[in-house]
Design a protein around this ligand. Structure first.
Ligand code: ACO
Length: 164
């Protein structure tokens, strides 16, 4: 019974009402405690922050912050992307990241970046598959975890428009 039936994976937005889901995921997934600004930025980013559900269980999330560059252009910063361990390798991380990459394309946002701990090979390899490149290394970026260093991974989504 039910053989071959795909389990529905769905994405939902983050609102005041379900913000606790994101908080619980972050405690389970990351060694860093996130402050009120993180959650305010996540809420303010609208569709750029999503929870992922496996059937009706909340198992992952992507949380972004929208930043205005000096030029006035918006760039996206991925604050966190994570999927609970038993649900990894099912395409949920891909679904979350592709959702945000699609939004960037639709909104003509050309730059998306994130920080990742230098020893997090799984995450670095994951992001490289989507065309992210190491654009910087910051020593002592983290204060409470070892190693304290991070890479900046950046993906440039659109080619700069040629000047007419
Ligand atoms: N080791 C090797 N490859 C992996 C791993 C892994 N642990 N996880 C995913 N991949 C590969 C898969 O093989 C897959 O490739 P394929 O499609 O060619 O088979 C590809 O990455 C996509 O896999 P998904 O199933 O879509 O990814 P998943 O749902 O497992 O999520 C994620 C990937 C988010 C990196 C997950 O491993 C995770 O939550 N890790 C812990 C939290 C973390 O480190 N997050 C990133 C920190 S940086 C930041 O948050 C900004």
């Amino acid at each position: 019974m039910g053989a071959g039936k795909a389990v529905p994976i769905s994405l939902d937005g983050v609102r005041d009402k379900n913000l606790m889901q994101l908080k619980k995921l972050n405690v389970a997934l990351f060694p860093v405690r996130y402050n009120d600004k993180y959650y305010a930025d996540a809420l303010a980013s609208g569709d750029f922050t999503k929870l992922a559900y496996y059937s009706d269980i909340c198992v992952g999330a992507i949380a972004c912050r929208l930043e205005k560059k000096e030029s006035g252009a918006i760039r996206v910063y991925i604050m966190t992307l994570g999927v609970l361990a038993p649900y990894r390798g099912l395409g949920i991380g891909t679904m979350l990241l592709n959702h945000v990459l699609d939004l960037c394309t639709k909104q003509s946002i050309s730059e998306i970046y994130l920080h990742v701990q230098t020893n997090n090979e799984d995450a670095i390899n994951f992001y490289k598959k989507f065309g992210f490149e190491i654009t910087d290394t910051i020593q002592n970026y983290y204060t409470n975890i070892t190693p304290p260093d991070c890479y900046v991974l950046t993906k440039f989504i659109l080619e700069p428009q040629a000047k007419k």
